[in-house]
Design a protein around this ligand. Sequence first.
Ligand code: ATP
Ligand code: MG
Length: 435
Amino acid sequence: MKVIPRDQHCISRKNISDGALKVMARLRSSDHQAYLVGGAVRDLLLGGHPKDFDIATDATPEEVHAIFRNSRIIGRRFRIVHVRFGREVIEVTTFRGHHDSEPASGRGKASHQSDQGLLLRDNVFGTLEEDAVRRDLTVNALYYDAANFAVYDHVHGMQDLEQRSVCIIGEPEVRFREDPVRMLRAARFAAKLEFTIEDETATAIPRCAHLLREIPSARLFDEFLKLFFSGYAERTLEQLMENDLLRYLFPDSDYEIRQDSVAMALVQAAMRSTDQRIQEGKPVTPAFLLAALLWPVTDRLAEQLRDRGDPPMTAMHNAAQQVIASALQTLSIPRRFSMPMREIWEFQLRLQRGNSRKARELLQNRRFRAAYDFLLLREQVGEETGDVGAFWTELQTLPENQNLPMLDSDSEEAGDGAGGRPRRRRPRKRRPATS
Ligand code: ATP
Ligand code: MG
C-alpha cells in the first residue's frame, strides 16, 4: 500500500464538508477507522468540488447507527448508513470484504440471498485493503485519512489520476461480469473527468456489454439519471456510443440516431442544453431529455402510421404508446417522466398546426414551455416543422389583445389532412421502430 503524506497531495481539510469531518472524528473517537473515499477524494485531488462525501469505516452499519442519532440504515444493493446534518447526507459504508474466494461456510461470512432476493454477499465485511480492491475504478479507490492527512492508495489510483486514465481494478472481464453496470460507470467517469478508458478496460467492454441485459430496468434507470444529469451529458453520450453501450439503455434510439444525422443532432442538442442548464443552476427534467432521445423513433413510427391512414394525432398517440412500451422493457421510466414526455410530443403537432385562434390558449398550457423549447431544438437541427417556431416566439412577445396572422398551415380547418405537417425526408432503409 502506498501512503501519500499531506505535503505530496493537494487535499485540504477546508474543502471537506463539516458533516464529513464530524462523522470521521466521531468514528475515530469510538475506536473505529474512518476515511473519506470514492468520488470525493478523486474530485478533491483533481481540484474540483465534490458533490457529496462518502466515508468508509470498519464499523458495522449497526455500530455506525448506534454512534449517530441522526442516522439510518438503508439497504439497496448493500446496506449503508446515512448520517444527516441539516440538508447534507453523509454516506457511511462498512469496508467490504472478499467473497468470491470465501467458502460458503465458516465465520458466517458467506454470501447469501435475502428473502427479497437481494444479494447480501456485498455485506461481507473486510479490511481497508479488501475494500479498496472491491471498488470499481482505481481513481475511485483512494482513501483520505483526516487524522493524519494522508492518502492511501492500494491500486495505483494516484498514477491513473495523473495519467487521466479510467482503469478498472483487477481483471476487467471478471469485474464486469460481477457487475456490468461498471461498464456504464467507466464511460460516465471518462466523460465527466475527460479521461481516457485504459486499454484493457476498454477491450473488455465489447466482450461484456451484453451482460447489461441482465440488469434490472430500475437500476438502469438510476444509472441513466447519473449518466445524463451530472452536467456532462453530451460527452457521456459520446462515450456511450464509442463503446457501443447506448443500445443497452435505448436500443431503438441507438439504432435510429446512428442512421440519421438529424436525429443525432437533436439528441446532442438536448444534451448540450441540459448540461448548460445544470451549469447555470436551472432546473432540468428527465422528461425533456427522454423526449429528445425517443423522438426520432416515435416520429418515424408516427409517420408509418400516418402512411397507413391514421390521422396525425392518432398516429402520434399510438406511436408514443408503442415506443414507450418498448423502451420500458429496458429502462423503467417512471410515469412522472413518461407522461410529460408524451405531452411534449403531442404538443408538437398542435404547435405545428399553428391554429392561431387557439394559439393564445396553448401559451397558457403548463406544457407549453417545454414543448416550445423542444420545437426550437428540432428547428435548430434542421427538422422540417414549417418554421413555426418564429410564430410562437413572436406571439409570446405580443400584448394579450393582439394576435398574429394565421400560419399558412392554418388555412381552412387545420384538420388532419392537407396542410398537415411537413415530412422529414429519410432516405434510409427502415427497421420497425419497435420490436
Ligand atoms: P459521483 O458521486 O461523483 O458520481 P462516486 O465515485 O462517488 O462519483 P458513487 O456512485 O457515489 O460514485 O459511488 C461511491 C463509490 O463506491 C465509488 O467511488 C466506488 O468506489 C464505489 N462504487 C460505486 N459503485 C460501484 C460498483 N458498481 N462497483 C464497485 N464499486 C462501486
Ligand atoms: Mg458519490
